[in-house]
Design a protein. Structure first.
Length: 292
């Protein structure tokens, strides 16, 4: 049976410092993330060092991720970063590279689709040739259907347009309920419909303050939603994991920290470890062999 590992995301440029410190806490996978660019990091060297650190532990590198905008014209560095991660993913023992789908800045989503296909069709082919899958995160980054600066892959209508324009089997979604909840979308029916295209799950949730919405609306002076670490938000992760298992999900759930308004700063790892134990319980606890 697939273990459905529970892990956490770690900035790639801090992985060699952070992972040895948190490895004893019980995380079963680590997703390596890069913000905007991978910079001058030597990926083969990083992979080798991480293999040495993880040797003897039942822990994997689940994914490599870069959060940039490869749809900006003349943004060769952003495209090159995707290529670098695709070409080196096998050294980390993963077949998954993730990130934003990008956006033509401040253009409506439908006008971004041709540029999306232009950029990601060759990247998808490059990945396919090496047995690598690509997954796009469902974070709106403050954008909406009509304008934005980072990512078009934040809703089902956009996903349908993306996958119609680029019908490659090795492209999918990096999904979490948080981004849907803050847009007042019920994540459960969405997950049932889209689980077959989800390659990676971020462990991040949200709390919706319906009392504030009823009194002030969503454009009033008070915040009505907060990103939360799983176990502190509104989602029932037992239900979400059940849907993932029913859909034969083969990926991991990696906690995306540093967003919770309470469990942050000195309480960051307190919140993450609580979330780790919570998610392990939601998947059914530890595996017990059946005598039947």
């Amino acid at each position: 049976m697939h273990k459905l590992r529970i892990g956490t995301l770690v900035p790639g440029n801090m992985a060699l410092k952070v992972i040895p410190q948190i490895l004893p806490l019980g995380f079963e996978s680590f997703g390596l993330t890069f913000w905007e660019t991978i910079g001058d990091i030597n990926l083969p060297q990083l992979a080798q060092r991480l293999q040495e650190i993880l040797e003897g532990h039942d822990v994997v590198i689940s994914s490599l991720s870069v959060s940039n905008n490869a749809l900006v014209e003349d943004n060769d560095k952003a495209v090159d970063d995707w290529k670098q991660l695709i070409d080196h993913a096998h050294l980390f023992g993963t077949d998954l590279v993730t990130g934003f789908a990008g956006r033509v800045v401040n253009e409506p989503i439908e006008k971004c689709i041709p540029r999306f296909r232009e950029v990601f069709e060759p990247l998808a082919k490059r990945a396919e040739d090496q047995g690598i899958r690509l997954a796009f995160e469902n974070c709106g980054m403050g954008g909406n259907w009509h304008r934005g600066g980072w990512n078009i892959a934040h809703g089902p209508t956009a996903w349908e347009m993306m996958f119609d324009a680029l019908p490659a089997e090795n492209i999918g979604l990096e999904w979490e309920p948080c981004h849907q909840l803050v847009n007042l979308i019920d994540p459960v029916p969405q997950l049932r419909k889209w689980a077959h295209r989800i390659f990676h799950v971020h462990g991040k949730d949200a709390t919706i303050a319906w009392d504030i919405i009823r009194e002030y609306g969503i454009n009033g002076p008070k915040a009505y939603a907060w990103h939360r670490t799983p176990g502190f938000g509104d989602s029932n992760w037992t239900d979400l994991i059940t849907i993932l298992r029913q859909s034969n999900y083969q990926g991991t759930i990696d906690i995306e920290g540093f967003h919770d308004p309470v469990y942050r700063g000195d309480l960051e790892m307190t919140g993450q470890v609580r979330s780790l134990h919570y998610l392990k319980e939601c998947r059914g606890g530890d595996f017990v062999p059946s005598p039947y």
